[in-house]
Design a protein around this ligand. Sequence first.
Ligand code: DPP
Ligand code: ZN
Length: 844
Amino acid sequence: PETIYLKDYTPFGFQVDEVHLTFHLSPRATRVVSRIEFTPKPDAVDRSFFLHGEQLKLIAAKIDGQPVSPDVTGQGLTCDVPSTPFVWESEVEISPVTNTALEGLYMSNGMYCTQCEAEGFRKITFYPDRPDVMSTFTVRVEGDEKVMLSNGNPTGSGDGWAEWHDPWPKPAYLFALVAGDLINHPDRFTTKSGKDVELNIWVRPGDEDKCSFGMEALIKSMKWDEDVYGLEYDLDIFNIVAVDDFNMGAMENKGLNIFNSSCVLASPETSTDANFERIEAIIAHEYFHNWTGNRITCRDWFQLCLKEGLTVYRDSQFTSDMRSASVKRISDVIDLRGRQFAEDNGPLAHQVRPESFQEINNFYTATIYEKGAEVIGMLKRLVGDDAYAKAVALYFERHDGQACTIEDWLQVFEDATGRDLGQFSKWYSQAGTPRIKVTDDYADGTYTLTLEQSTPPTPGQPDKDPRVIPVAVGLLGQNGDEVRGTEVLELTEAKQSFTFEGLPAKPIPSVLREFSAPVILERESTNAERAFLLAHDSDSFNRWEAGNTLAKESRVAMVLDGAAPDADYLDALTKLVRDDSLDPAFRALVLSPPSQSDLAQTLFERGHTPNPQAIYDAAETFAQTLAEALTDSLPRLYADTTVQGAYSPDAESAGKRDLNARILSLLTRLDSGEAAARQYDAADNMTQQNAALACLLKAENGETQSQAFYDQWQGDRLVMDKWFGLQVACAAPEKAASVASELTKHALFDMKNPNRFRAVMGALAMNQAGFHYAGGAGYKLLTDNLIILDALNPQTTARMCSAFQTWKRYDSTRQELIRSQLERMLATANLSRDTNEMITRILN
Ligand code: DPP
Ligand code: ZN
C-alpha cells in the first residue's frame, strides 16, 4: 500500500467554483449527476486533472457539454481539460444497499445516509476529494422518500424531489444527504444578532420521544458558543439525524449533522447517566465544529488535530461549564491515561500531527483528539486566558473560509502574544508521553523543586528534544494549609530547578495541579504524604490523584509481594466515602479503582511483566477488603445515596447515582445480591437498572434479571447493546471469551451494526483479565471476528485492532499467542488497507 507524506503536499491545480449534484435515489442503482465548474489556477505547480473516485460506475462524462472519455482506475480518473474555465459533468451509478463499509452513500434500516469524512465522497461521485478544495454546493434529491435532506438551506421541494443550497464553501468531506421515513423533533433558536434558526432532530418513527434531551443540549451549545467564543450560527436551519449503523460517534456535516443513534437518542428508561452526559458532549462537539472544522477547515488530513483537538478542547470547556469542572477534569484524565497513554507508549504511537499515513481513517485516535485537546489546554495555560481569547479571535478573523495548518494556528498565538512557539510546536511533531522526574530540597527558607524531562523513543523517533511543559505547582504547609497558591512553572530545559523563597519549613508540594500537562510524573513519595494530600490538597484533581496513586501503589505491592491492601489507604478511603461534605461525584471517582490496564502499564514500566490474572485478583481482594471494612456503613450509605423521586439527568443527581452504584457493588459482595435484586425490581430508569444488573452479573447471580432485561428490551437496539456488552464486561476472566463467543451466535448479534459488534468485541477487549486469560481464547475469538468484519467494514475492524496494541507488555507465551493471531490476520486474502496498516504497525 502507498504511504502518503505531509512533505509531499501540493495544492490542487484548479479552483472549484460551484458544485451541482442531482441524486436519483434507488437502493441498488442510485444515479449521481454532477455539474462542477472548474477554473485552472494560473500559478498551479501541478496541472494534472485528477478526480478521486472509488467503486463508481461511470455512465457518462462531459466537458463543456461535449462527451469525453477519461482514464478511469480504481482510485479515480484523469482527463485532458482546457486551460480556461470549464464545466465538468458526470453521471455515475452506485449501490447504497450493498455498502456495508458505511462510507459514502449507504442504507441503514431502509434509510439513505452518508458518511464522507475522511474520504467517503469519492464513493459518491468523481471529485477532488481533499479538504483544501472548498466550494458551494447545490443539491437536488429525487426519490420517493418522505424526507430528503442535504446541507445548507432548503430552496424548494415538491412531490418526489427536494433542493438544498449551502452558501458556505466547504470541502467534500462535509457533504451529507439523508432520505427516508423520518420524523422530526422541532425547535427554534434566535442567535445573538437576531437570526431565527429552525432546529430539527430527525429520527425513525418510534424514537420521537428520545429527542428532547438532545435538543436541549443543542440549544445550550449554540448559546454557549455565542457567550464564550462569540461564534454565531450561520444558516437558517440546523438538522441532526439519528442513524443506527454508523462507524463513528457523529459527524459535523454542514447544517446536517449525522449521529450514531447511541450518541443522540436519550430517555430516562433507556439511557444511563453516562449516556446523557456523553450525548450532551457530542452534540456540543459536532455543533462547535461549525466554526472549528467547517468555517475553518484543514488543509490536508495531517492537520486533523487542528479541528479535532480544538473542538474536543471546546467541548470539554462546555461540559465543565454545564457540570462540575473538577469532575470533568478527573474523568478526562482517566480517559486520557486509559486510551491515549496506552497508544503513546506502544507500537501505535504517533505525533499529534502525523507526517505519514497509509489510511487516514486509522488516525482518528486518542492522540489526535484527546492529546490534541491537551496541547491546546497547555497553550492556554502558558499564554493566559486573555491572550488565548485574543489569539482565537484573530484565528477566526484571519482564516474564516480557509483550509489551514497547525502553523497557521500557532502563528495567531505568536502574533497575539509576541511569544516564540518554536519549542512548543514540538508537542505536535514529537510523539510519546514525556516523563518528568521531580526531586526537591529545602535549606534556609528556600525550597527547590528540580524537574527533569525525558521522552522515551517511539516508532520512527528514537531521540526527543526537551519540550516546553507547563507544570502547575502549589505548596502546602505541614498543617495542610496552602503556603503558596498555584503557580505555573515553565519547564523548557532537560533539567531545571525552581526556587521558592521565604518558607519557614519544608513544604509539601502539590505538583501538576489540574493535570496541567499530559505527562507521567515520577516522584519518590510516601504513602503518608499521599494520604496527606488526599486529605488536604486544595486542588481537587491532585486530591483525587493522591488517592489514585495510593490505590495503585497498594495494588502494585499486592501483585508483586502478595501484600495485603494498604491499611492507611483503606482507612483514608473509608473516611472519604462517608464524608457527606464532599461532592458525591468526587467520592465516586475516589472510589473508582485504577484500571487494570493502567496497572499493567505501570508494572511494565517498572520492569515487571504484568500478569493480568494477578492484577484482577488484587482488584477483587481489594474491593472485598474495602467492603468488609465498611460492613456497618454500607446499608446506610446505600440508602443515603439513593436518589429518590422522578429521574433527572442533571450532574448532581448523576454524581449521586454514580456513588450509589459503587456502594451497591461493594454491598453486593456482602449480601450476595439482595440489595441489587431489589434495586433491579424497583428501578424506573436505566441508570439504576443497568447498575443493578451489572452487580448481579458480576456476582454470577443475575440470570433471572438478565432474562427479564432481555424480555423487556429486546425491541430496543440501543438497550440491547448494553445487554450484550454487560455480560461480557462482567464475566469472570475464565469465562469472558466463551460468554462473548456464545453471544456472537445470538439471533440479535449483527456483524454489520458497529454498535452491536463493539458491544461484544469491544467489551471483550476491555475485560483485561478475560481477554488475556491464559490459553489465548480471547485473542482467537477477537481475531476470528475481525477477519469476518474486515470484508464488510474495514474502518471498524482496523480501529478494533488496537485491542492488541499493548501486547509487548506481556509474557512471552502471551506474546506468541497474540503474534500468531496477528500474523494470521495479516495473511488473510484481500485484507483491507486499513487493517493491514494497523496490524503491520502493531507487529513492528
Ligand atoms: N469529525 C467527526 C468528529 O470527531 C468524526 N468523524 O466529530
Ligand atoms: Zn470532531
